[in-house]
Design a binder for this molecule. Structure first.
Ligand code: CMC
Length: 430
């Protein structure tokens, strides 16, 4: 079969440019515009609304149908039957592990959980009230100053060690940012515990009392980690790819991803949702909040609603809503006021013309904050937990990029709108 092509014609000339059309295994075909520059044109797409920045075989989203697959496996099946370590393996290696492969993977992650002890001294340089994400950006970036033997992205073995170190140490870094915040001693990882239990242990144990993580709550947190593990070319993942495309240190690249994730339009949304629900305070005020979200002049958006890709229900939101019921049940919090406000807010928004026409549905963050809060996680740690989960995706995407054939540094073009050439004017003549 001959290669499909697309033709660009111009309204002011007879010029025609023919470009190849590439097909993926699922989803939209893409027009390969790489040779467009030879004809004197670039494309203009700020915010990457219609631009595929890479080819990837990791995650697939169908925003119209509300589908999310990791390596072909639907998120619903992974959330129900898998666990975060297995999902991390799947994202990184491309296939589900055998029992032996999984045991080896988990054991390797487990033996990398401790931080270089000198890194503990860094925490003391921060103010106690520093946001955990500020601490995480710095601490993950600081890993690049400690782990020199896993910093060459073009060496497959070093890449693998970097991936293990990141998966294993980011939970320790996150939990310790909370401990420092609280003025409590750092709790060293307990390698008898599973990945998620260990994180809960480092967050909530103290040297004074025995602490055993509740397995049902640990399972709920593990599910949150699965749901947040990857989401194809979102802002933070693209940031990791762009940073890593220059051959930069892997730990510095993940720190760049954490910085991008921090924003309220991305990973910061779960924290913003909870603040919004607390501000609403009562179901009687929902109408007022919906009206404000519809009024552009207010600058206010309904947090946890809308998505660049999902124009239907975010499949992660449906799983999260169900998890919310389960966790609140387990804790005897059926009447949690914030959950009641969230359910009512969702119900009203989904019947509102503004939200229907703009195809704004709840996203994963709409319910994840309520679950995290029920688990006793403070609001300031929500985005840090998102970062912990997304580390699996960032590392897999970074791996894929640096090992790809024909790897190129990311270097976008621009539409220049500044002054044309002009001559320097000496200061006394201005
Ligand atoms: N509340 C009210 N109006 C909204 C909202 C909202 N949450 N989201 C989008 N709109 C409106 C927006 O004003 C715009 O209206 P118009 O066409 O009249 O200018 C239209 O819907 C399209 O919005 P957009 O900002 O052009 O869409 P986008 O694809 O650039 O942004 C988004 C997507 C997620 C940033 C946006 O929906 C948003 O700000 N949502 C709230 C923040 C949020 O929940 N973020 C978490 C995203 S999911 C987690 C993750 O993947 O990081």
């Amino acid at each position: 079969m001959s290669q499909r092509t697309a033709k660009i014609t111009f309204s002011d000339s007879d010029q025609t440019i023919e470009l190849p059309v590439l097909e993926g295994t699922l989803g939209n075909d893409v027009i390969d515009i790489r040779t467009l520059g030879n004809h004197g044109y670039f494309t203009f797409d700020p915010g990457f609304i219609a631009t595929a920045s890479c080819a990837s075989s990791i995650t697939y989203i169908d925003g119209e149908a509300g589908l999310l697959y990791y390596r072909g496996y639907p998120i619903e099946q992974l959330a129900q039957h898998s666990d975060f370590m297995e999902v991390a393996y799947l994202l990184l290696r491309g296939e589900l592990p055998t029992a032996q492969q999984k045991a080896e993977f988990v054991a390797t992650v487990r033996h990398h959980t401790m931080l270089h002890d000198q890194m503990a001294t860094f925490y003391r340089g921060f103010r106690r009230d520093a946001h955990p994400m500020a601490v995480m950006v710095s601490m993950v970036g600081a890993m690049s100053a400690f782990y020199h033997d896993s910093s060459n992205p073009f060496d497959p073995e070093q890449r693998d060690v970097a991936a293990f170190r990141l998966l294993a140490k980011v939970p320790t870094i996150a939990a310790w940012s909370y401990k420092y915040n609280q003025g409590q001693p750092f709790m060293y990882p307990q390698n008898r515990l599973g990945y998620t239990e260990n994180f809960l242990y480092m967050m909530f144990a103290t040297p004074c009392e025995a602490y055993e993580p509740n397995p049902i709550l640990a399972r709920a947190l593990d599910r949150i980690l699965i749901l947040h593990a990857d989401h194809e070319q979102n802002a933070s993942t693209s940031t990791v790819r762009v940073a890593g495309s220059s051959g930069a240190n892997p730990f510095a690249c993940i720190a760049a991803g954490i910085a991008s994730l921090w924003g309220p339009l991305h990973g910061g949304a779960n924290e913003a949702v909870l603040k919004m629900l607390e501000d609403i305070g009562d179901v009687s005020r929902i109408g007022e909040v919906i009206a404000r979200a519809k009024d552009k002049a207010s600058g206010f958006r309904l947090m946890g609603f809308g998505h660049r890709v999902y124009k239907n229900m975010d499949p992660r939101a449906a799983i999260m809503r169900q998890t919310c019921y389960e966790v609140l049940d387990e804790l005897g919090l059926h009447d949690d006021p914030l959950f009641r406000i969230a359910l009512k807010l969702e119900e009203i928004a989904l019947q509102d013309d503004y939200f229907i026409q703009k195809r704004l549905y709840p996203n994963v963050d709409f319910y994840s904050g309520i679950v995290l809060r029920a688990l006793g996680i403070p609001t300031s740690m929500f985005t840090a937990i998102f970062a912990l989960a997304r580390t699996a995706g960032w590392v897999a995407q970074w791996h894929e990029m640096v090992s790809a054939e024909g790897h190129k540094i990311a270097r976008p073009r621009q539409l220049y709108t500044g002054p044309t050439r002009r001559d320097y004017v000496p200061i006394e003549l201005r």
